[in-house]
Design a protein around this ligand. Structure first.
Ligand code: ZN
Length: 271
């Protein structure tokens, strides 16, 4: 039941912008979502080209990112939707957004949940794991930012708990997508991080790659988030096979770039 399987999400070009979609979420008629790439925007290198992060590249970087964001909303037919963007501080803080016309300040927040239409939830990434959770029965969506710290703090578990508490959701009605992020191939970590991650799942060794050649240990962050969800009873998790660091020509990668790069986004919207 807890086996992890990685699916090849194909790149789709929508009006000049390259995007990837979870095949599982794409089947849901009441849900729109997308995971962006670095292709199709106006940002110059090293942030080129479809940077959506407003905190990189100074004032002109911010202006380009906002233009790219508006273009994305137009392409996805979300222009009339309010947009909620969280500050993202590697916490396990999840905010429920019930009033699109009166959004709170989301500074120290890494997860967003809503039951409302006309609200787009968006988070930014450059190697960390984007996770979208959807309750098909109650039509509730959540989106989460899980780097190693967020994963160790089980932000997706906190998110599902918030959905259950606030809306009476049941995990058996939930499906999830784990988007493009750094893979074990590119992610050796120190022992303390490995221990904290291991404590969150059953059979953690099956989600750690140990390489004798360089004595490294490499946690599968995507797989650990998926297993945290499956352990809660989430019905199905679609895991993206793309490694952002291996494919830094397609995706922004903090590690592959040495730190100076743009941000892709994951977004979700209830129709
Ligand atoms: Zn890789």
């Amino acid at each position: 039941m807890l086996a992890t399987k990685y699916n090849l999400w194909s790149i789709e070009n929508l009006q000049g912008v390259d995007l990837v979609f979870s095949p599982l979420l794409k089947e849901q008629k009441n849900l729109s979502h997308a995971f962006t790439t670095r292709k199709g925007g106006k940002s110059p290198e090293p942030y080129g080209a479809f940077n959506l992060g407003t905190l990189v590249g100074g004032e002109s970087g911010r202006a380009d990112a906002l233009d790219n964001r508006e273009n994305l909303r137009r392409i996805l037919a979300l222009s009339n939707s309010k947009i909620a963007v969280a500050g993202q501080v590697h916490s396990a803080n999840v905010e429920i957004l019930d009033d699109p016309d009166n959004l709170p300040i989301l500074k120290e927040v890494d997860g967003l949940v809503t039951a409302k239409q006309k609200l787009t939830l968006m988070l930014h990434f450059a190697d960390c794991v984007p996770v979208i959770v959807y309750d098909k029965n109650k039509n509730i969506a959540g989106i989460f930012h899980a780097g190693w710290r967020g994963t160790a703090q089980q932000i997706v578990v906190r998110g599902v708990e918030a959905m259950n508490r606030q809306y009476g959701c049941h995990t058996a009605d939930m499906i999830a997508a784990v988007g493009p992020a750094i893979g074990t191939c590119c992610y050796p970590v120190q022992e303390d991080a490995l221990q904290k991650l291991s404590n969150t799942v059953q059979d953690p060794e099956s989600l750690i790659e140990r390489r004798e050649a360089d004595s490294s240990a490499r946690p599968d962050l995507k797989g650990i988030n998926a297993r945290q969800l499956l352990q809660l009873g989430v019905k199905e998790v679609d895991i993206c096979a793309w490694c952002t660091s291996c494919s830094s020509d397609v995706f922004y990668s903090h590690r592959a770039s040495g730190g100076t790069t743009g941000r892709q986004a994951a977004l979700v919207h209830l129709n």
